[in-house]
Design a binder for this molecule. Structure first.
Ligand code: F6R
Length: 234
């Protein structure tokens, strides 16, 4: 893993956007994207750049089950607001939150992942070490699947909703095996509340109890951390 420490999220955004730029220069075609607060400064830096994704493919990590793509808290809507309106891709895939059939939706998404191998996958980190919506205990062999969100993830995500009761209880997520099949991974974490998960991800044992620890087994990972997120590292 290549670890890059940054002063703040603005610098993290610039460094992260450079990873996208480098990927474009090496002819990357397929970009795996994430939502949440962490990638926002990277998407900001990209929208202010002259990077062009109009002949590229994007594939998002996850989506809440039960929300339509135009619901303000859906991940499709988030991507429109933070990136796609300014930097459209040729095709952008996000799991279909309105598909009630978890098996059919997972198979459909896996077929997309097979068709478009990702050159770069961006990831944020859950306080419990999750990646995508792959909570602790998820199999490292998992592909796209329907997930019951844990209480801690529902609580962490409640900040985006008017009421914690509005947070969907389920989601569709790429699996850990799907995430690991990207050629390059860009993991980003900021803040003291991520410090413990960062330490477990980088220095702890590789265990399904800390989904992000699997990244130790990937041979092309860039990790961007601010001081607070890096503060538990030895
Ligand atoms: C988002 C995602 C999640 C987040 C993680 C961190 O698509 O898959 O795993 O990356 O929960 O969220 P933030 O960035 O809001 O701290």
């Amino acid at each position: 893993m290549k670890i890059i420490k940054v002063q703040d999220q603005v610098e993290g955004g610039q460094v992260g956007a450079r990873v996208f730029q480098d990927a474009l220069q090496t002819n990357a075609k397929v970009f795996g994207l994430a939502t949440g607060s962490t990638p926002i400064s990277i998407y900001d830096a990209i929208t202010k750049s002259d990077m062009d994704f109009s002949d590229k493919i994007s594939i998002n990590l996850d989506e809440y089950k039960g929300l339509s793509g135009d619901h303000e808290q859906s991940y499709r809507y988030f991507m429109q607001q933070h990136l796609f309106n300014e930097k459209p891709f040729k095709e952008s895939y996000v799991p279909d939150g309105l598909n009630p059939d978890g098996i059919a939706e997972s198979e459909r998404y896996d077929a997309i992942l097979d068709q478009f191998p990702r050159d770069l996958q961006i990831l944020g980190l859950g306080q419990n070490g999750h990646i995508g919506f792959n909570e602790p205990g998820t199999s490292f062999e998992s592909t796209t699947h329907e997930v019951d969100l844990t209480a801690s993830t529902i609580e962490a995500n409640a900040r985006f909703f008017d009421d914690q009761n509005d947070v969907p209880r389920q989601a569709y997520s790429m699996g850990i095996k799907s995430i690991m099949s990207a050629k390059q991974i860009l993991m980003v974490a900021y803040g003291a509340n991520k410090a413990q998960a960062v330490q477990a991800m980088i220095e702890g044992p590789v265990t399904e109890n800390v989904p992000a620890s699997i990244l130790q087994k990937h041979d092309n990972v860039v990790v961007i951390l601010d001081e607070a997120a890096a503060s538990n590292l030895n």
